[in-house]
Design a protein around this ligand. Structure first.
Ligand code: HEC
Length: 151
């Protein structure tokens, strides 16, 4: 029969193994942007000012404090109809590739000085990847990084 302390050691070791395994598992999942998590993050962080919705007949129906971000990946900055952008945004010359979105979400004011988006940026790299993965799903059909015509 196995002694009590030996049993405890065994259980502890297995638990440690399981914990390490769980950690590894989540790291693997965390390696790329996760659109589902990005959606939650968007709701919690961006949705107070932005929709990312398709479907209204006029763009301004979907405008909050910030422009509608539906289809933002591939779009030139400051060009969504029905939203009055700052001069800084309109003249930024940026096209919202996923890489540019990452830079911007990290530090909006540094990427576009005088931008009117009162938001300090997202500090966590994984959250940024998740957000961008989510935004990339908010688009008409087409391959990632491109913008197809609206059906
Ligand atoms: C406090 C309100 C507010 C919050 C919170 C906010 N934004 Fe904005 N966002 C704005 C405003 C206002 C603009 C337009 C800025 C301008 O014209 O200078 C903007 C512009 C943008 C643009 C440029 C869009 C375009 O059409 O060129 C992107 C991309 C963007 N926001 C992403 C985000 C993301 C992602 C989050 C969440 C992590 C977020 N924003 C959070 C208010 C906000």
């Amino acid at each position: 029969m196995i002694s009590q302390p030996a049993l405890t050691r065994l259980v502890v070791r297995n638990l440690a193994f399981l914990a390490a395994f769980a950690l590894l598992g989540s790291t693997a999942v965390l390696a790329a942007g996760n659109a589902d998590r990005g959606k939650q993050k968007f709701k919690a962080t961006c949705e107070v000012c932005h929709f990312a919705l398709r479907g209204a007949t006029r763009n301004d129906e979907l405008t909050k404090i910030g422009p509608n971000l539906y289809g933002v990946v591939g779009r030139a900055a400051g060009t969504h109809k029905g939203f009055r952008y700052s001069a800084a945004m309109k003249s930024s010359g940026i096209t919202w590739t996923e890489a540019e979105l990452r830079r911007y979400i990290l530090a909006p004011q540094q990427v576009i000085p005088n931008v009117r988006m009162s938001f300090p940026g997202v500090g966590n790299a994984q959250d940024i990847d998740d957000l961008v993965a989510y935004l990339a799903t908010r688009r008409h059909t087409g391959s990632p990084g491109t913008q197809s015509a609206a059906p």
